[in-house]
Structures are given as structure tokens and as C-alpha cells.
Design a protein around this ligand. Sequence first.
Ligand code: G4P
Length: 530
Amino acid sequence: MLEKEISKRRTFAIISHPDAGKTTLTEKLLLFGGAIQTAGAVKSNKIKKTATSDFMEIERQRGISVATSVMSFEYLNTLINILDTPGHKDFAEDTFRTLTAVDSVILVIDCVKGVESQTEKLMEVCRMRDTPVIVFVNKMDRDGKDPFDLLDELEEKLNIDVRPLTWPINMGSDFKGVYNLVKKDLNLFAANKTSIQDEYVAIEDLESDALARNVGESDAKQLRDNVELIEGVYETLDEEAYRKAQIAPVFFGSALNNFGIQELLETFIQIAPKPQFRVTEERKVLPEEKKLSGFIFKIHANLDPNHRDRIAFFRICSGIFERNKFYYHTRLGKKLRFANPYTFLAQDKKVVEQSYPGDVVGLYDTGSFKIGDSLTEGEELNFIGIPSFSPEIFQELVNLDPMKSKQLEKGIEQLTDEGVAQLFRIEPGNRKIIGTVGELQFEVIQYRLTNEYGASCRFERKAFHKACWLTGDESKIKEFVKFKNNIARDKDGTLVFLAETPFTLQMAIQNNPEIIYNTTKEFRPNKQQA
Ligand code: G4P
């Protein structure tokens, strides 16, 4: 029973550089799955560029995004869980953490722009965990880069082998469709197609007249040449190699025109991994284990004063999650139960009685959870693999009202538990440096500290280049921190060197080569701080 439920599930995220077409593709997948009836029904989780100066607007949009945080639907007897990720780069950390809760990803590339900066960063995170990737090259109705060049670019910039499974016939205004290299059929393109179903023409033999009849003699010849080249250069897709994240199958299409989605979805269902094992500090956890375990990968706080609730997103890693059953919160060492856990069906939330590995449930939270927390049936398990990256922007948090120090302390602790930003305390003393990947978080923090905690503060910009978590030879670290400025401790108490410039970092590395200067750290709540 449990095994059957597990093998039925596919939990994944769609990732892309903003504007490549993630939202459009998500919507089209939901249309395909019958989860929504009309295009435009999915509210964009994308934070519009115009809104960047108005974070309340962004929060409003983030509010909408709770509903689309997880989208589940069934297609051909497969239960598909799409975990949405914010497109805005200031919320990149959110995306990185969500990637720890999926078993595979679909990467969307804009054929005009190719591999962009955010794509590279996201793929780096996928590579850290060997997450299998399928690539969808979008916007083929536009004049983009040559498909062979795109494949080279993918291999080079993303450090992964690729294997096209469909091949486009022209692009832009000449785009005629794609040829399926596995099924050997032709999917002819029609712009503004309203039907989501594609129509296929079987072309067993590329030499046959059927091909030329459909695409014209010269394009038929071009396709024959291209297919010969592909078959000569690229090995046939090894599904095991895909699941080990060594090779990424590639599809071409146009999400806006409902084109090429069916091939993508059908292949995805066929080859994408079912819920996989997860690693904890203690041991490996298999989804088939009878007892429940899982972790919190995201916490969403509602800024709307009428709905001051927090929702913690829990990924089930093993066993069955049941409503109203007591579970063990390993960090707090206490038992909790949930009367209204909910799952997500397209845009609807509904209270759920039972959920299975691979599923994500939303838990109403009154402050019990931090990102990375585990729930079990009593066993001490601490899931690892939720990364923290060195922030890019650093500012000192200055208290403006000494009478409200306590409120400020509490507020900043809680906000950083939610993963809004990272907190570093300069040693010695209690100066607080807040690190983020984007400017927006500072506005959010200031607003929330004032409105939710009654604290009063301002930020002072600090010119730090990187936060480096120090590991390696302990006695050398002790020596090092004695004579350095800008040494801090993060929330877990780990020592961090806040390097002011690339040069100071380089000098530190040169002078103290026994120390490891990590710019990535696994995010783990600290038991002592419970
Ligand atoms: P994102 O979530 O990755 O940020 O991208 P999104 O789907 O919002 O798409 C970004 C823009 O690209 C949208 O246009 C969308 O309509 C367009 N787009 C998506 N797929 C295709 C495609 O296959 N072909 C073409 N030509 N365009 C595509 P927009 O004008 O920014 O937004 P909207 O006003 O259409 O919503």
C-alpha cells in the first residue's frame, strides 16, 4: 500500500531565469493534468519587476503564492506535485531550500537568451544534490539561438551532458514543429493553438514522402541531416544516467502556444524518479519505512494583519502522515499534533487525513518551527542538505530604542528562523549583521520588526564581500580568530569570517591554508537554542 503510493508520486520543481516561461509552463502542465480548465487561472508567483520598490505589493503577491506553493494533480495514474519557486532573485534562498524537497527538476531555458545567470546558480544547487534534470527549451516561436549551439551552451555552462529527445524544425516565424527522436513522429506547430493536445504524424522512416509532404523538401532534408548528426554525436538516453543527474534529456517547444508540453509531461512521468531516500545526520531514510519522518523546508508568514498565521511546509520523507496524530519534534524534544494539515490541489487547499512520501503538507505554525526542523515518530533524526549560501548584501542592525531591545532580539531571531535573512553576531559583543541575497529583505525585516514586534531599528550598510564559515584545523581557527576583525558567529554558533574584499579573503587563505573558508553551509537548527 505504502509502496504503491510512493511509486505513484513525482515531486519536482520548475526552475528558470525570470521570464524564461516557468509560470506559463506550470500553467500548461496543470491544464494538461485537468487541474485547471482555462489558461490564466494560475496567478503568477512571479514578482513583477515594477513592484520592486513596493515590498507590500510583493508580499501581497507572495501571499498569492502560498496557494500555488505546491500544486498537485493526477495525470495518467501518476500523482504529480509541483513545488513552486519564487522567480524574483531576491528570494533565491527560498528557491534553494525548496530544491531540497524535490526529487527532480524541469529547467526552462529561453531559446533566445540561452543559459542565463540565475539558471547557472540554480543548477549549481541541483548539482550539489545530484538532482535529475529535464531541460525544456522554450519560446521556439521566436528567433533564437541555433539548437546545436544551445545544447553546447547547456553542456558547458551547466556542466552536464545533454541528449535531445525532440528536435525542432526551424524556429521563429518559420517554426514548423518538432520531430520526436524516440517515438519517431512529427508534432506540427500551429501558433495560438487552443487545444492542449498535440497532433502527431507518424514518421517511421525519415526518407519517406510523408516527411516532405508535411514540412517541405528542403526542411525535410535539413531534418534528416540534423537527426543523422544527433544520432552520431549523442548516445541514446540512459535513464539510469539521467536519474543519477549525469545526463539531461532536452525538449523543444513553446509553452505559450501549448506546444511540446505533452512530450515533456509523458517522458517526465516515465523517467522521473519517484520519491527518493533522504540523508540525515544519523542515517539514510528510505521512503518505504513504515514510520513517518520529514522536514520543514519553508515557512511562510502572512503579513496581512487580519491573517497573522505562519505556514510551515513539511516534506514527507518516509511513512504516512496522519491528521491529529502526535509526532515528535526532534529539535524541541516535544510532541505535536496537527488538527488541520492541508494539501494543495491546483489552487485549492484542503484538509488532508493522510499523506505519503513525496507529498508536502502545510502545517499551521505558532512559532514552533524553524527551517530544517524534523518530525518523526520518536526517533532522533536531523535531515541534512538544506543549504545556506553566503549572503551578498550585509547590513548592521542598529537598535534605536534601548527600551525595546528584547522585542528586537526576539523579532530578529524569529525572522531569521523563517529564513528571511541570515544573522551574524560580531565577536566579541552583540553587534548584529544581517545578510541577504537581495535588498528587498531589509524592507521586509524593518517593516515586520516595527509592526509585529514593536521594535525600532535602522540598517547601516557594511562593505563585506562574503561570509565564510570556518572549518578545518581547530587550533588554527582559534589562532586565526584571535587576530582578525570581522569574526562573527552565525545562529548555530559556528564561526564565520566576514571578508571585506576578495583580496582580504585571498590573503587569509594564503596565510592560513589549513583553514577551510566555506561559502556554503547546511542550514540546521541548533538544538541548544531550542
Ligand atoms: P517566468 O515565470 O519564468 O518569469 O516567465 P513567464 O511564464 O511569466 O513568461 C515570461 C514572458 O514570456 C511572458 O510574457 C510570457 O507570455 C512569455 N512566454 C512564455 N512562453 C512563451 C513562448 O513559448 N513564446 C513566447 N513568444 N513567449 C512566451 P510577458 O509579456 O512578460 O507577460 P504576459 O503579459 O504575457 O503575462
